[in-house]
Design a protein around this ligand. Structure first.
Ligand code: ADP
Ligand code: MG
Length: 436
């Protein structure tokens, strides 16, 4: 199926499906029918919400995970395990604390049997390139977060990979540090100084994707699949204030908030339920604030998300999880890049503090089944206490451990606010307030 006129693409993924097997219940379908190709010279973003399967797909591409079905072709040949020529940068800087910067970077070469002097030379080159010259003998703990992430990048670049994979590489950094690193990286890429042929970058940050990439693959959730593909034709250096830039961001927002299309016919194979989407850790104050803002002038119940983000001086990508959370709770709807207040949302905004708690409790019971389960267990128990462990386990049947943890923390904070139950941090137990 390769193009007869040219070499095969660097990477081709076809019909890729991933289901995680769960002991406790049915399998969990995370990716379905994912297809993508990557050519030399491209920087491509995989853009999607939390839990849409982006990291899973990246691990498949890196040969770290074998997909349940489908094929991954690397230089036209089926992938069997991690291929040579692919390097990965993770969100958090997995550096060895007892090794210096130089030693951490050289590690990328050690496994390849490259002689010591050559290793040292190439490591220094990568360290200089990424702006860490002079820090060769520093230890990770002496470096800032941004510098540590640069070490992570140098370690990936030192092998001169054909394909550089990055999984939300800037999301653990503060805003300014992230922006500096982003622009440094684009500059190197544009000036063709990066010793890589293509970059595939996972992000949930729309502006980041538009700022950096030539092509954006927008992921749908539940199950994860490539739903839209957009080319970014803007010249570098790109300006976030440029109307064309803003328009593209708006368009992508609209795509990502579009009501889900009817599901495509299921691919052949065993039927598996779609994944339970994890909850974001969003504070109730923030939710209340947004509902009030939306209800008031000039919005009167409907606002354009990017415009709202600008007015609130929020990052678009912080507003999005907040909007999604309000949608989950039935207080708002996301639609074509707008956020709309629902009736319950309007009632919440207009209510006093005590009524708000009642309305919030109602929303939780209706839209977050776990909250009802917790209440029920507490009411049935003689001492009205229940350990969080069992609920965490239950969540982990549906999602990875860190998503389960985030979801549990949300359920704790939200239920406390709604006065549905208390939570004893020390004992890690839920309890009924009035029974305590
Ligand atoms: P993303 O990177 O887009 O946030 P992930 O690929 O990490 O998404 O996860 C997609 C879904 O698969 C989530 O619901 C997550 O909880 C689940 N998941 C990820 N890894 C595992 C795993 N090892 N076992 C079970 N479920 C998992
Ligand atoms: Mg991820």
């Amino acid at each position: 199926m390769n193009d007869v006129t040219g070499p095969p693409p660097l990477l081709a993924v076809r019909g890729c499906r991933q289901a995680y097997h769960k002991d406790a219940g049915a399998d969990l379908l995370v990716l379905d029918n994912v297809a993508l190709t990557l050519q030399e010279g491209e920087m491509v973003a995989l853009l999607g919400r939390s839990g849409s399967g982006k990291s899973t797909l990246l691990r498949i591409v890196a040969g770290l995970l074998r997909p349940t079905a489908g094929e991954v072709l690397w230089h036209g040949r089926a992938l069997e395990g991690p291929p040579e020529g692919v390097a990965m940068v993770f969100q958090s800087f997995a550096l060895f604390p007892w090794l210096t910067v130089q030693e951490n970077v050289e590690l990328g070469l050690e496994a390849r049997g490259i002689p010591r002097a050559e290793r040292a030379r190439r490591a220094e080159e990568a360290i200089d390139l990424i702006g860490l010259g002079g820090f060769e003998s520093a230890y990770p703990k002496e470096l800032s977060g941004g510098m540590r992430q640069r070490v992570g990048l140098a370690r990936a670049l030192v092998v001169h990979p054909d394909l550089l994979l990055m999984d939300e590489p800037f999301s653990a950094l503060d805003v300014l540090t992230a922006e500096t690193l982003r622009t440094d990286l684009i500059d190197l890429w544009i000036e063709k100084k990066l010793p890589v042929k293509a970059v595939l970058m996972v992000t949930h940050n729309i502006e980041e994707a538009v700022l950096m990439c030539d092509r954006i693959l927008v992921f749908a959730v539940n199950p994860g699949r490539v739903e839209h593909e957009l080319a970014v034709k803007l010249a570098h250096p790109r300006n976030r204030q440029d109307p064309a830039f803003r328009q593209l961001v708006e368009d992508i927002y609209a795509l990502m908030t579009r009501r889900p299309a009817p599901s495509p016919p299921a691919a052949p194979g065993p039927a598996v339920p779609a994944a339970v989407v994890p909850l974001h850790r969003v504070g109730t104050n923030l939710m209340a604030g947004l509902l009030e803002t939306l209800a008031a002038a000039p919005y009167h119940g409907r606002a354009d998300l990017p415009a709202l983000a600008a007015a609130l001086q929020m990052e678009l990508d912080d507003l999005f999880p907040l909007g999604e959370t309000l949608q989950t709770l039935g207080f708002a709807l996301l639609e074509e890049g707008d956020i709309l207040l629902t009736d319950p949302g309007g009632r919440f905004a207009a209510a006093d503090t005590d009524t708000r708690k009642v309305l919030f409790a109602e929303a939780l019971r209706t839209h977050v089944p776990l909250v009802g389960t917790i209440r029920q267990v507490l009411e049935e128990r003689w001492n009205h206490r229940a350990s969080a462990v069992r609920f965490r386990d239950e969540l982990e049947d549906h999602m990875s451990a860190d998503y389960a943890e985030d979801t549990l923390r949300s359920v704790i904070a939200w239920g406390r606010y709604a006065e549905l139950y208390g939570y004893d941090e020390e004992a890690e137990q839920f309890f009924l307030e009035d029974a305590a």
